[in-house]
Design a protein around this ligand. Structure first.
Ligand code: TRP
Length: 335
């Protein structure tokens, strides 16, 4: 990259709702580290978003610490990047309020995630759940992010962010950078080990269907061994007819860097037993460093809080600058 040019900015956040799965890792988190080598990256634990569904206070606190430790454990360079907790930077809530007033009820009503979640949590369809994408817009726009790595499920929220930013810029001039989805290396979509037609999900009631980032090596191997495949006994990539085997091949490819062709060759005359064992071992290897680092960090609350404080300070400096500009444009009195 040209050293004369300022680096492009990337922002992403993850909710502290339980240990991420192998799917979250291979599909998103692993890329966060790679991205941070080439961009000015800011990553946050989206703990304000988390309370749009009811959370137990003790659990929430624990999960925020754990998710933060997990982000540090990814090996992102903390001198170059910012890793922080959303609720430590009040500008997120402040900008979200302002943006609420530039967002239409109708456009929020059309968000598919709102429709899904409000039917799943019918007893708690709160206003925060409704305006969740506006808070997400605030997260992104405060840091003037050029790119946002998001999964397919968050694409619509990024589009609404662009709409809100364009609308605001249309009224007040060039305040916000219009963010684009980050199209990086093909982020793998990892499916359930028990039902490979479904996405791997940590909220799946069958724990054998997903691998948690903190699963022990023997658990990982065991879960891999019980993964659903087919009766053909041939390692071949064919998502339509062999979804289970194809999913394991994706996982193996992500962990080893091998192509599907190379994998097919490697297991040409071998059975599924050997194949699954090898995939399990590759996953164990892939997660080893992250797990070790996580287990070290999670015991050191003092250190984690120091990092949080440092991250919050850096994030606040950027966020405050944007917020002040916005407030000035809207017509607030600066003192
Ligand atoms: N809503 C996102 C999710 O659940 C998390 C999130 C919050 C986010 N703010 C963001 C993602 C800003 C990208 C950018 O996955």
């Amino acid at each position: 990259m040209d050293n004369q040019m300022p680096r492009k900015k990337v922002l992403s956040c993850i909710q502290p709702t339980g240990t991420p799965t192998l799917g979250n890792y291979l599909g998103a988190l692993k890329n966060w580290k790679n991205i941070s080598d080439d961009y000015d990256a800011a990553y946050a634990v989206a703990d304000l978003h988390a309370i749009t569904v009811r959370q137990d206070p003790k659990m929430l606190k624990k999960q925020i610490m754990e998710m933060y430790a997990m982000l540090l454990a990814l090996g992102i360079d903390r001198e170059k990047s910012i890793i922080f907790v959303q609720s430590h930077v009040p500008q997120h809530s402040q900008l979200a309020w302002i943006l609420n007033c530039y967002t239409q009820f109708g456009e929020m009503s059309r968000m598919t995630q709102f429709k899904d979640k409000s039917s799943k949590h019918a007893d708690n369809v709160n206003v925060g759940l409704f305006s969740y994408p506006v808070l997400m817009a605030a997260d992104i726009l405060l840091y003037k992010a050029d790119f946002v790595p998001v999964g397919v499920y968050q694409k619509q929220h990024l589009e609404i962010t662009r709409d809100i930013a364009e609308r605001f810029n249309g009224i007040y001039g060039n305040v916000f950078t219009i963010p684009e989805p980050f199209i990086g290396k093909k982020g793998a979509k990892i499916m359930s080990l028990q039902d490979p037609e479904k996405k791997m999900s940590k909220s799946d009631t069958n724990v054998k269907s997903f691998i948690s980032l903190l699963d022990k090596p023997e658990t990982i191997i065991k879960k891999m061994k019980s993964a659903v495949t087919d009766s053909e006994s041939c390692v071949r990539f064919d998502e339509a007819n062999k979804p289970g085997v194809s999913n394991l091949m994706s996982i193996y490819a992500c962990c080893t860097g091998l192509s599907y062709e190379q994998i097919e060759k490697e297991f040409e005359s071998k059975g599924y037993g050997d194949f699954k064992q090898k995939v399990g071992e590759a996953v164990v290897e892939e997660l080893r460093d992250v797990q070790e680092e996580f287990n070290r960090l999670i015991k050191d609350e003092k250190y984690l809080k120091e990092c949080m404080k440092d991250g919050a300070e850096k994030a606040t400096r950027i966020a405050q600058r944007t917020l002040e500009k916005v407030m000035k444009k809207v017509g607030y009195v600066q003192i």
